[in-house]
Design a protein around this ligand. Structure first.
Ligand code: FMN
Length: 264
C-alpha cells in the first residue's frame, strides 16, 4: 500500500480540488493507494517574516506558531505528495505561496528522498505551464523524485469537451506518477541535482561555520564529504564532474570573499 497526500491551495472545492480527487480515483484504479486531500485554507499558516532563524538556528527557532509542522509530518508520512493550486495572476495561489515559504528551510536541508512528487494546476485561460514547472522545481528542491505535473484549463461553466480533455490528462498523469511511486527509489542524481548539491554544500562549508544550523546539519549528515545527499553509486564521469562542481564553487566563493561586504 502506498500513501499519497495532496495539498490543495484553493479555498473552494471546485476545479483544483475536483482534479485532485479525480487524480486519486485514477491512482486507486492502478494499485493499492490510500490518500488524503489536505485543503490548506483549513490550516493555520503564518506569513514568513524573513528573519531567517530557520536557516541559521533551525526550524524550531521560527517565531511563527502555526500548523507548519503538522503539514510537514503529513508529507513525511506519505510515499507520494501532490501540490495542487489554481493559477492566480499567473502564479500559485496566495495560500500555496505562504505554504511554500513555510517550507523554505527544507530547500536548504532537503529531506523527502525516495518519495514521489507531482503538481496539478487548474486555470481559466493561460500561464499555468510555467506554474507547473515552478512547482516541479520546488518538489525537486525539497528532495522528492519529481514527476512532471499537469496544467488543466477550463472556463466556468466547464464544457463536456473540456472535462473530457482534463480527465484524459489526469489519467495519463496518474500513470506517470504511479510508475514512479511504486519504485520509491534513490536515483542517481541528474546533472542539475548533482550541481546544486555539490556547489551548495561547498558554499556552505566555506561561508558558514559551527554557529550555523545549516552547517551543523550538513556536517552531522556527512554531506561535506559525501558524493550526494544519500548513498548512491556515481559513475566515473559524474564523480569527476561532481569534483569539478566543488572546485568551481571554491573559486566562486574565494572571489566573493575578496569583495568587500556592503553593510545594507
Ligand atoms: C484571483 C484570481 C486570479 C486568477 N488568475 C488567473 C490567471 O492569471 N490565469 C488564468 O488562466 N486563470 C486565472 N484565474 C482563474 C482560475 O485559475 C480558475 O478559475 C481556476 O480553475 C480556479 O480554481 P478553483 O476552482 O480550484 O478555485 C484566476 C482566478 C482568480 C480568483
Amino acid at each position: 500500500m502506498k500513501r499519497v497526500t495532496a495539498f490543495v491551495g484553493s479555498a473552494r472545492k471546485k476545479h483544483t480540488y475536483n482534479a485532485v480527487r479525480q487524480f486519486m480515483v485514477y491512482l486507486q484504479a492502478l494499485g493499492d493507494i490510500e490518500y488524503e486531500i489536505v485543503v490548506l485554507s483549513n490550516y493555520h499558516l503564518g506569513i514568513c517574516r524573513g528573519c531567517k532563524q530557520c536557516f541559521a538556528k533551525g526550524e524550531e527557532s521560527c517565531p511563527l506558531k502555526d500548523d507548519r509542522d503538522v503539514l510537514i509530518e503529513k508529507m513525511m508520512a506519505s510515499d507520494g505528495v501532490v501540490f495542487a493550486t489554481p493559477n492566480y495572476a499567473f502564479n500559485v495561489s496566495g495560500i500555496m505561496k505562504v505554504f511554500l515559504d513555510r517550507l523554505a528551510f527544507i530547500f536548504h536541508r532537503p529531506r523527502f528522498f525516495g518519495k514521489t512528487f507531482t503538481s496539478i494546476v487548474a486555470q481559466g485561460i493561460c500561464g499555468g505551464d510555467k506554474i507547473v514547472s515552478y512547482l516541479d522545481l520546488v518538489g525537486n528542491a525539497l528532495g522528492f523524485n519529481t514527476v512532471k505535473g499537469s496544467c488543466l484549463t477550463a472556463l466556468e461553466p466547464m464544457t463536456k469537451q473540456e472535462k473530457l480533455k482534463i480527465d484524459r490528462s489526469l489519467a495519463r498523469h496518474s500513470q506517470r506518477f504511479y510508475k514512479r511511486l511504486i519504485k520509491s527509489d534513490y536515483p542517481v542524481p541528474t546533472w542539475l541535482n548533482l550541481m546544486v548539491f555539490r556547489m551548495g554544500r561547498t558554499s556552505m562549508r566555506l561561508e558558514l561555520d559551527e554557529t550555523s544550523f545549516d552547517y551543523r546539519y550538513y556536517k552531522a549528515k556527512g554531506w561535506f564529504e559525501s558524493d550526494y545527499y544519500y548513498p548512491v553509486r556515481l559513475g566515473v564521469l559524474k564523480k569527476t564532474v561532481g569534483s569539478l562542481f566543488d572546485w568551481i564553487q571554491v573559486r566562486r566563493t574565494r572571489n566573493r570573499q575578496h569583495g568587500s561586504a556592503l553593510s545594507l
